[in-house]
Design a protein around this ligand. Structure first.
Ligand code: GDP
Ligand code: MG
Length: 440
């Protein structure tokens, strides 16, 4: 019987799967949006390949069109590619921690150096020393001194005639003697990539052993951003990106290009000339901006809503029938995780409000949910459908696979059992229609 069942399920899935033609048709539109958003061509290509691999064969939810489904996958892939939400500057090293700022001339290095110094001082109570290694432009050192004063951060005194490397050495010594937490080294830039300059910065890097090498890049440079990023990363080993002039960029393509080419996180974005015009990077916002070139954003939202609702209803249906396996639990956990709490889910599953307290007491905060999903992911499909087979040796394997303790696996299984029981109980009042037992 179960063979027959899975045969039917297979067919259903196959009928509802995205075909190569569906995907290619939708991707033509997406490619246009990416190019309009000024994403570098090579990144457009690799990105659409990635989407194609994910999308072909993916199941289409009943009430959205194949095109909408592809767009949803594009959006999710874009957010994944753009990276995680908060990637703070890493200062976990023995102080004074050096941060090396690199990038082309005019990209916003000096401005960003002062902005970041202000942020570290105000928000993290760090004692920061600024030093300009820009020996090439006479006004550059003065500029950093002015900005430092403006944000109330100490600046290494200017000594005429020193090389960048000499200044860097002096900065590290002063920081050590003065008990500074952080030394920010603002380097010179050229308008184009330049070997002499790269060699100089590499020497500074070797001397100061910076914990972060931040590439400052102008969001408006578009296609060139890729070559710049690749050159700096290849030569200096960039640890993160600061994207500037995002305030003047309606398109967002540079963020994707930089991230895709270097694989390095975009740590902060500059959104103006003022010293507090520095923001955290929000991938979803940029993804919307990139796809916003067409009318794609509203499409995505609509598709996402339908998809979530559909899944929620499917779970509700299973609950009613008293079938609630670990696949369903995983689905539900990830919905809860995605919606940032129970609120959204409660809205979607009729009658589930009653379970709210139980679920809350079951310890469903974000971190726990992530671990629980990881545990379920380490199970085989058969185990997820039929958790009764989970005896000690399998539990041990699952724990090892998900980096959890066996007790956590047990706790998850217990919680699943409780949920399944509760749902069965609720389902038995169901003679008057779906979820009727919950309505009182
Ligand atoms: P550097 O040559 O890399 O040190 O670049 P600067 O820090 O001197 O910046 C060059 C110009 O860009 C200055 O006029 C800055 O005020 C401006 N700038 C820097 N970051 C931003 C930003 O995020 N938004 C805007 N609108 N202007 C910026
Ligand atoms: Mg400068």
């Amino acid at each position: 019987l179960s063979d027959k069942l899975s045969g039917i399920l297979d067919k259903l899935t196959r009928r509802g799967a995205l075909t190569e033609e569906d995907v290619n048709a939708a991707l033509r539109e997406v490619r246009r949006a990416l190019i309009e958003a000024d994403v570098a061509l090579e990144v457009v290509r690799s990105f659409t390949d990635k989407v194609r691999a994910r999308a072909v064969g993916a199941e289409v939810v009943k009430s959205v069109t194949p095109g909408q489904m592809v767009v949803k996958i594009v959006h999710d892939t874009l957010v994944d590619t753009l990276g995680s939400e908060a990637d703070p500057i890493n200062l976990e090293a023995v102080p004074p921690v050096a941060i090396l700022m690199v990038g082309l001339q005019g990209s916003g290095k000096t401005t960003s150096t002062a902005k970041i110094a202000k942020r570290l001082t105000d928000r993290e109570r760090k004692k920061v020393l600024l030093a300009s290694l820009d020996t090439r432009r006479p006004a550059a050192m003065e500029q950093l001194a002015v900005l430092g004063k403006q944000v109330g951060v100490e600046v290494l005194p200017i000594v005429a005639g020193q090389s960048a490397v000499q200044i860097a050495r002096r900065a590290m010594e002063s920081a050590r003697l003065g008990g500074f937490d952080v030394v920010m080294l603002d380097t010179a830039g050229r308008t184009t990539l330049d070997e002499a300059l790269m060699a100089e910065v590499a020497e500074v890097k070797a001397l100061t052993n910076p914990h972060e090498v931040l590439l400052v890049a102008d969001a408006l440079t578009g296609q060139d951003a890729v070559n710049t990023a690749r050159a700096f990363d290849g030569r200096l080993g960039v640890t993160g990106i600061v994207l500037t002039r995002v305030d003047g960029d309606g398109r967002g393509g540079a963020a994707l290009s930089m991230r895709a080419v270097t694989g390095k996180p975009i740590k902060l974005v500059g959104v103006g000339e003022k010293m507090d015009a520095l923001d955290e990077f929000h991938p979803a916002r940029i993804a919307n901006r990139i796809l916003g070139m067409g009318d794609i954003v509203s499409l995505v939202e609509k598709a996402a809503q339908t998809i979530d609702q559909e899944k929620a209803l499917r779970i509700a249906d299973k609950m009613r029938k008293g079938k609630f396996d670990l696949d369903d639990m995983r689905e539900q956990l990830s919905q809860v995780e995605k919606l940032g709490g129970m609120g959204g889910l409660v809205g979607m599953i009729p009658g589930i409000a009653k379970m709210k307290d139980q679920i809350a007491s079951a310890n469903m905060d974000g971190k726990v949910i992530g671990r629980q999903i990881a545990i379920i992911n380490s199970m085989t499909p058969g185990e997820r459908r039929n958790p009764d087979v989970l005896k000690a040796s399998r539990k041990k394997r699952i724990a090892a696979g998900s980096g959890a303790k066996v007790e956590e696996v047990n706790r998850l299984l217990k919680q699943h059992r409780q949920m399944a029981d509760m749902m069965k109980m609720m389902g038995q009042g169901g003679k008057r229609g779906p979820m009727a037992g919950l309505a009182n």
